[in-house]
Ligand binder design. Structure first.
Ligand SMILES: [Zn+2]
Length: 151
């Protein structure tokens, strides 16, 4: 076995969350709803922040007011962050389009029972294959938001 799960605090927190989402949302339908809501909330929040930052930037450009200048975020920082966020938002739109396709899928109840059964097996297992794949994806993400707040 060449695969080993990383045990750093970020990954441990991620495994815990991963299992919790399987335990608490053990059917196909629940996962559909959970992920749909998750993508939507992410995109809503990103869009609002982008709008707010664009507004701020255009206000600064048209107004040489000292109060605005004193703000601790520079125009350059805002512009750079905007670029990043707009690109992330474009990806979120794409994911949303794919999620819509997944949302159209309907699963019969007896198959949902299978989901519940498998969820019970998966959630307590610290070495399942899906988790190893997610673990790897997670490690490709350079900055996880709460990185500095662990322990
Ligand atoms: Zn790790």
């Amino acid at each position: 076995m060449s695969e080993e799960t990383c045990q750093c605090p970020d990954c441990q927190r991620f495994y815990k969350e991963h299992d919790r989402l399987i335990r608490e949302f053990p059917t196909f339908k629940q996962q559909q709803e959970l992920n749909w809501a998750s993508i939507q909330s992410f995109r809503t929040l990103c869009s609002r922040v982008i709008n707010e930052m664009q507004r701020q930037l255009s206000e600064r450009e048209s107004n040489e007011n000292e109060i605005l200048k004193k703000n601790d975020i520079s125009d350059k920082e805002i512009s750079e962050a905007l670029e990043e966020l707009e690109s992330a938002n474009a990806y979120l739109y794409s994911i949303e389009a794919l999620m819509e396709k997944i949302f159209d899928t309907k699963i019969p109840n007896n198959i949902e029972d299978k989901f519940k059964e498998i969820a019970k097996e998966l959630a307590p297992d610290p070495l399942n294959v899906d988790r190893l794949i997610l673990d790897r994806l997670f490690h490709q993400t350079p900055d996880f938001p709460d990185k500095k707040n662990i322990n």
